[in-house]
Structure formats: C-alpha cells, structure tokens
Design a protein around this ligand. Structure first.
Ligand code: NCD
Ligand code: ZN
Length: 425
C-alpha cells in the first residue's frame, strides 16, 4: 500500500509538493501525485524522522511508569522514528540477556526503532567494565554504551572503557557528574538553592568530567558523547575540545533549553532533574551552542517516574522529566521562534546529527527519492496547551504551558505510526 503525503514543504523550504511513499521508501516527489492513502499535509513541514539518543523506557523493572510499548507510542506521537533506551533498568542492561530483549521487544511493538544502550560497567557501579563486546555481538546489536544516571567517575575505568569502545567501534555516552561534588545535591548550586535551603549541585561537577573525558578521548583516539550538557562552561569546554580535533559530541535536552532554576520556588519535584535546571545565562549559552553546532543535537532524557516518586519531599523525589511528546514544541519555542534555527537546523539537531553520532545508516537521511521513508510531518502554525500525555507517567514540567508547533504524523519505513494524535499499531 502506498501513502501520499499531500502538499507539504520539504524542510519548510520552497513550494509545497506531494511525497509518495511505497515499499518503505520515498518513491516519488512531485505535484499532482496519487496514492492509496492520502495524508493531507497542507501548511506542514516535512522533516526526517527524529532520533533520540537518550530515552528511559523503564522496561525491565519499572513497567508501572513506562514500558517499551507505551514509550514507543509516546515516541511515535512525538515524531520519533528511533530511540536509544538507556541501560539503567532493573536488571541493568549490562549483558546481552537484557539488551537482546529490549531490541526484540521494540521490534515486536514496531512503532519506533528501539536501540538498546548497554551499560559501561557491571551494575552501573563504575568498578568493573561490562562485557561490551558480547552486547555488541548479540542480537541486541548494541552500538552505544552508557552508565547514564551514574557517572563513570573513575578515570582509569573511563580510560579503559574508551579504549575498549574504540577497538569495538562503539560509542561511550557519559553522564558527566563528579559524585564527590554532588553528594546529597538536589538543585543547581546558586542563589536560588541557597535561599530555598536546597543542597547544591555545582556546575564544576559536570564541567570537570567533560574536560577530563575530552582529554581521555584525545589520548585513546576514541569518541566520547556527553549526555545532557547543562552549563555555559560545558559549552566552552566542548568548543575548545572540538577545536583540538577531539572526537567529542554532545546533546542538550529540551528542558535545559527552556527552563531555569527559578522554577524551584514551589518545591514541586516535577522540576527536579539531573543535571539540575541551571540559570538563565546557562540557558542562553546552551541555545547558542546548539545553534552553532558546538552542541550537536537534542536528546530528550525522557525519564518517566511514578506519582509516589515525584509527589513527595523535594529531597526524596526522583530526578527526571518526560520529554518525548513535547520535544518538538519546546525546540520550536526556544530555537525556531527565536530565529536561532530554521527547519533545516531542526532536521540537523533532531535527526541527522543524532543518527550520525550513533552510526545509524537508515535514519536522518535526506528527503529524496529512493531513501528510507522515516519521516515526520510538523504543523508549524499550530499551538496547544500541554495537557494529558500518552506516557504511563505524568511528570511533565510543561503541563499547562502553551507551546507552538505540532507533530501531525510520523512514518517508520513507510508505515504511518502516528497521525493526528493517534497511534497506529
Ligand atoms: C534519569 C532517570 O530518571 O533515569 N534522571 C534524570 O534526572 N535525568 C537518569 C539520567 O538521565 O541521569
Ligand atoms: Zn543522565
């Protein structure tokens, strides 16, 4: 069955065209085309499907907060065609038993390509390297490894992990947090946390690890990816490292591009996240860094949590925020409507760069005849109030906010996975 995306502007450029999709590929681009199913995309922008390098799907272990199925649905609704499922599950994804399962379950659900992330160290404990080679060789085909949630804090372990990863041709993604500097920390260290009596998480805890890992990657001739960059100083270090030819890449989350620590005032733990919401000056630096390519891409860090783990004392609450279904709108608000990125730029930071970083050859591809039909249709003029989301969990900091831009439809290898807010299983 063919699908015709009717009257859409590729990357928001030029005149509207029709895009015919058949057999999983873009079969034709032109005007006056016809197809079996017609998706009217008048006024919409067509982009390559989004790729999320940082998603927590909570299966196995916390299926009360998200599953591979519910998370895949949220991803499709958010315009994603590929997500990387982090390893901090229970049991931890530190062996092929878990990573093979995550891959297989994602394929069964079939709404988005679910790529398992393997742990760097056994049990995320930071002490002993996990069998990265076995996870890479298994049916899970793991290509990205991370202890996310925890930092690979020991420099010698990190050095060995980078060396091992470089011989395997896989990527290490670091959650940069020097644990000796963040003991008991729950909020960004600054005037707001001090006034509110919250223990601070200093910028240097992130920046010192980013700088250290840049040097370790340089010496190992390895690649390193920095998860959720959150400070102006991290942007400066990335700029320096890239100028030295170090193979370092980085992501920023939508929430760090929009929110700052003035949100802590209410002590509502929906605003608690790792790394913490920083200051306005950091938000500005992150936006500029993303616009200039110093920060490579956007990753959601979609982190579902149960009500009881969020609606409690701030210090006891778990850190993390939902992200998949609101990412595009937050990027439109912070990067497009501010003039920092055009739609080509959105395609770069939400699809092309993350696909390249993870080495996916069928995602983030040009919208051209013969290319795989992994596509996202966006209505740039729509605007809506964030209300009920489709994730099992409810912890979105954006609830009640009026945000611009809407994902109208998503297509995975030519199959419509979401259309007008409905998932197509
Ligand atoms: C993440 C989680 O809940 O798993 N939480 C968070 O605050 N970001 C872990 C992580 O990404 O560090
Ligand atoms: Zn993290």
């Amino acid at each position: 069955m063919s699908v015709l995306i009717k009257s859409v502007r590729l990357y928001g450029e030029g005149d509207p065209v029709d895009v015919l999709v058949a057999d999983g590929e873009i079969a034709d681009i032109g005007t006056g085309l016809s197809g079996d199913e017609v998706v009217d995309a008048t006024g919409c922008v067509l982009l390559p499907g989004f790729v999320d390098l940082h998603t927590h799907l909570r299966e196995p272990g916390r299926e009360d907060t998200e599953t591979i199925e519910t998370g895949s649905a949220a991803a499709a609704l958010g315009g994603y065609t590929a997500v990387f499922a982090m390893a901090n599950t229970n049991p931890v994804a530190d062996s092929p038993v878990v990573t093979d399962y995550v891959r297989r379950r994602g394929e069964e659900v079939g709404l988005v390509d679910v790529h398992p992330v393997g742990a760097v160290t056994v049990g995320l404990k930071g002490e002993q390297l996990a069998e990265m080679g076995m996870m890479a060789a298994g049916t899970g085909r793991v290509r990205v490894f991370s202890d996310d949630g925890m930092c690979v804090y020991d420099p010698l372990i990190m050095r060995r992990a980078l060396e091992y990863a470089s011989t395997l041709g896989v990527l290490i993604a670091q959650h940069a947090e020097e644990p000796r500097l963040t003991k008991g920390a729950v909020a960004h260290e600054g005037p707001n946390a001090a006034r509110l009596g919250l223990t601070g998480w200093p910028r240097a805890a992130e920046e010192s690890i980013v700088a250290r890992d840049a040097l370790l990657a340089r010496d190992a001739g390895a690649k390193v990816h920095i998860c959720h960059a959150s400070t102006a100083g991290t942007v400066e270090i990335l700029k320096w490292a890239k100028s030295q030819g170090i193979q370092i890449t980085a992501e920023v989350t939508p929430h760090h591009l929009l929110l700052d620590d003035s949100r802590l005032e209410t002590y509502d733990a929906v605003n608690k996240v790792n790394p913490p919401l920083r200051e306005k000056s950091d938000v500005e630096a992150l936006r500029a860094g993303l616009a200039q390519g110093v920060i490579d891409c956007v990753a959601t860090d979609h982190a579902p949590h149960a009500e009881q783990d969020k609606c409690c004392e701030f210090s006891q609450a778990r850190p993390g925020m939902l992200g998949l279904e609101t990412a595009l709108s937050v990027i439109v608000e912070t990067m497009v409507n501010t003039g920092l990125l055009d739609w080509r730029g959105v395609a770069r930071v939400m699809s092309e760069r993350p696909a390249e970083i993870a080495g996916l050859d069928d995602q983030g591809r040009p919208i051209e005849i013969g290319e795989p039909a992994n596509l996202t249709i966006v209505d740039p003029s729509a605007s809506s109030k964030v209300d009920k989301l489709n994730s099992l969990a409810k912890n979105t900091p954006f609830r009640g906010m009026e945000l611009p831009g809407r994902v109208v439809g998503t297509m995975l290898r030519g199959r419509v996975t979401a259309l007008n807010g409905e998932v197509r299983r």
